[in-house]
Design a protein around this ligand. Sequence first.
Ligand code: THU
Length: 160
Amino acid sequence: MKELILQTEVTVCTLDEMDASMRMLVEKAKEMTQNAYCPYSNYHVGAAVLLADGQVFAGANQENAAYPSGLCAERTTLFAANANHPNTPVKALAIACYTNGHFSNEPASPCGACRQVMLETEHRFKTPMQVILYGEDKCYVFDRASDLLPMNFVAENLLG
Ligand code: THU
């Protein structure tokens, strides 16, 4: 028997410590929280992606009276970017959350389903996708989406 220890490297920083392109992406994600359609949770999530050719796509969570029909901000954004630009890698994704009149102090934490979709995006383009989680007090920056989902499930697993 043997124990495996999984380690994740995360950069902890503030918005001012980021480079200009990352800061711009976070600002876009923050702005997008105001476009969330979230009458049921009142939890506004904004996301923005930077494509390899410099284009930026952004989205927000979309809720529905039939609750499971809604979709998170990260998937709304990634699906829109990938549907419009199926051959352009996604280089970075920023996420921000806003509720009760303020942005979250802690970095926004993506749900499991969104992590799986981030992983698929990174995998299909064979390009690391940086993930930036915004918080008022601190931000977390992951150099690749797979860091948010260790021991993950990708296409190759289907081959057995
Ligand atoms: N939500 C996101 O947009 N992203 C996440 O990663 C977590 C949750 C949304 C879904 C729902 O509209 C609201 O936040 C509360 O769960």
